[in-house]
Design a binder for this molecule. Structure first.
Ligand SMILES: Cc1cc2nc3c(=O)[nH]c(=O)nc-3n(C[C@H](O)[C@H](O)[C@H](O)COP(=O)(O)O)c2cc1C
Length: 174
């Protein structure tokens, strides 16, 4: 199984990237394609830009990455209760090619933050809108107080209950 995994964050030290990397590697026999959304940075979407210059190649490239995958795993960072601007821009451009951005792929959605909220608001938004964008959500999990749950030196979850929930989530992708 080929899993496309990424953090919906542009931070080089993204905790969501740590979480999605760890979780994607829990899947047995999976080929994980871990991408960085910084590699898909485009000008801020505007209908005027689209009318003048069309849709950037990077949006097509992102859509093709999804097409090549059997499953998708995303970990969402929350900025002011919503998506990061970096993710939203990529998503907006890609949705102009095909509104079913995620092409009915099975998905695990994650979210984490340093605080107790665990980016649950953005996760709920992503899950709630998933059917409109072809995202077949099999499981989702918000992880609060990331630095208490994750051993940064070993790059692994140290809370057994959360690890169990992540294992269950990835098992639903098969
Ligand atoms: C502009 C901004 C807004 C933020 N808003 C929220 C928020 O609404 N909820 C939250 O839990 N954390 C919020 N945070 C803190 C992020 O959860 C924290 O920066 C986290 O590390 C982001 O995930 P990342 O490391 O994967 O980018 C915000 C951070 C920034 C810079």
């Amino acid at each position: 199984m080929k899993v496309l995994a990424f953090a919906a964050s542009s931070s080089r030290s993204s905790i969501n990237k740590s979480l999605v990397t760890y979780t994607a590697n829990l899947i047995e026999d999976a080929q994980v394609d871990l991408i960085d959304i910084n590699d898909y940075e485009m000008p801020i979407y505007s209908s005027d830009r689209e009318n003048e210059s069309g849709i950037p190649q990077l949006a097509h490239d992102f859509l093709n990455k999804i097409k090549q995958a059997d499953a998708v795993m995303i970990s969402f960072a929350e900025h002011n209760g919503s998506y990061t601007a970096a993710y939203k821009n990529l998503f907006d451009w890609t949705s102009r090619i095909d509104m079913k951005v995620y092409q009915d792929k099975p998905a695990v959605l994650l979210a984490t933050s340093p605080g107790p909220g665990g980016a649950a608001t953005v996760l709920a938004a992503a899950k709630g809108s998933a059917p409109y964008f072809g995202l077949d959500v099999k499981a989702d999990l918000s992880v609060g107080k990331f630095y208490d749950q994750f051993d940064m030196e070993k790059s692994e979850i140290n809370n057994i209950e959360i690890k169990d929930k992540l294992m269950t989530a990835v098992s639903l992708l098969k």
